[in-house]
Design a protein around this ligand. Sequence first.
Ligand code: 3PG
Length: 308
Amino acid sequence: MAKKILVATIKPFAKKAIKDIEKICKDSGYEFILMEKYPEQNDLVVAVKDVDALIVRSDKVTREVIENADNLKIVVRAGAGYDNLDCEAATEKGIVCMNTPGQNSNAVAELAFGMMIYMARGQFNGKSGTELKGKTIGIHAYGNVGQNVARIAKGFGMKVLAFDPYVDKEKMKAEGVVPVDSVEELYNICDYVSLHLPSIPETQKYVNDKLLSIMKPGATIINTARKEVICEESILKVLTERSDLKYASDVAPEKKDEMLEKLGDRVYFTPKKMGAQTLEANINAGIAAINQIINYFEKDDNTFQVNK
Ligand code: 3PG
């Protein structure tokens, strides 16, 4: 019997991406099942019952989902951050978890610039704003997205700094990026700080009032990472104390309404997480996901496994 591959996405891929995923799936002899915009988490719990493989985006693959999946062998998060997968529960059941690193990073990086310009131009309010050219951008975490941000920033004529203790400084220098020795330095001297940290236990509320309060006068912080990496109380406190700072985020904070009320147009939040929501990113990440599943089944290839 053909293996069943379920694509379960509350936030759907572009139609073209789905067409491509379905074709690859069927051409390789697998059964393709699609569940989009499902209203309840329980729908996912039920849908995984007899599938062999699962492709998701930010959908929550919880312990309950894993435990209810009798045949599941592999879950691929079509994207970078896999904080939505309960890898511990998967590992206990011998289920492989993968992500598709780099596939949607240009889309996220481009959105970061969209947000920078939006904030620099007063949310398009018709009044005089500022330009990105000549400004300094600080990239907090120099992974796939951070590297794309650096590439684009240079095109804007920005000075590019980065902080990432896990990346070789020589690599940064070779890419025209100035590595800084401390995270404090990054927050202290940059006009824009762009967050690209993964949401892991070590990064929870990492951007706190200590970092925010030393930001350069007039600086803007851009968050296209995860809401967990920034301390919302600190944003509220420091931006209330300092009316020169701005915050834009692709991940609506829990305290969204309070922030909008107290900070007005110095903050901006996209209505839905949009970083990876492009045709190209959907196609890249979706095709990578289905190919990784097929390669795992056919060739035992676990290159992108994150729960080794
Ligand atoms: C990622 O981690 O890859 C991005 O945050 C994209 O998430 P999405 O697939 O939910 O848009």
